[in-house]
Design a protein around this ligand. Structure first.
Ligand code: FES
Length: 171
């Protein structure tokens, strides 16, 4: 399994972190849209994630320099949002809602089932790169609890059996 803790150091060391000229122009365009250019930090981080695959500490430092921010400031933003990945992510993202309605309806049991079936913990990716497992805040489908997001679709009314069928469909 791969975690969020820098286990990809060899990859990071060999991959230069730099936007293209066109991407830097886009960064400047985004920064010019707002009275405070820091408002463009999120879209630039998304651009960085698309470009480099995930937001490593090196990417955080690179983006921080583009905004005259400290790397720690960017790190706080990256670690706040579950849409940013700090290690290579799986081909599929399985994100179980752990907020109140889902929790009361059985989300902890669903997460435990997924951990067992996938052999990974929350925040980790299977060795074959198939699935990254996340536990996230409310996904705004509380009436269908417990639920989760699998890539770009919602899965409602989860049971262990339904989770198994969903996992079988992920290649
Ligand atoms: S609490 Fe799970 S979708 Fe809102």
């Amino acid at each position: 399994m791969r975690g969020q803790d820098g286990t990809d150091a060899a990859t990071r060391a060999s991959t230069p972190v730099a936007f293209s000229v066109e991407q830097l122009a886009e960064v400047h365009r985004l920064q010019g849209l707002y009275p405070d250019r820091r408002a463009a930090l999120l879209p630039v981080l998304h651009l960085a994630q698309e470009t480099f695959g995930y937001v490593s500490l090196e990417v955080e430092a690179y983006v921080a320099a583009l905004f005259d921010l400290t790397p720690a400031h960017v790190h706080e933003v990256v670690t706040f949002y579950t849409l940013f990945f700090r290690a290579p992510k799986g081909r599929h993202i399985v994100a179980v809602c752990h907020n109140l309605s889902c929790h009361l309806a059985g989300a902890p049991m669903i997460v435990a089932h997924l951990r067992r079936r996938l052999g990974i913990d929350v925040g980790e990716t299977t060795d074959d790169g198939r699935v990254t497992l996340q536990s996230v805040e409310c996904l705004c489908a509380c009436e269908h609890a417990p639920m989760m997001q699998v890539d770009d679709r919602y899965e409602f009314g989860l049971t262990p059996e339904k989770v198994d069928r969903i996992l079988e469909g992920l290649r």
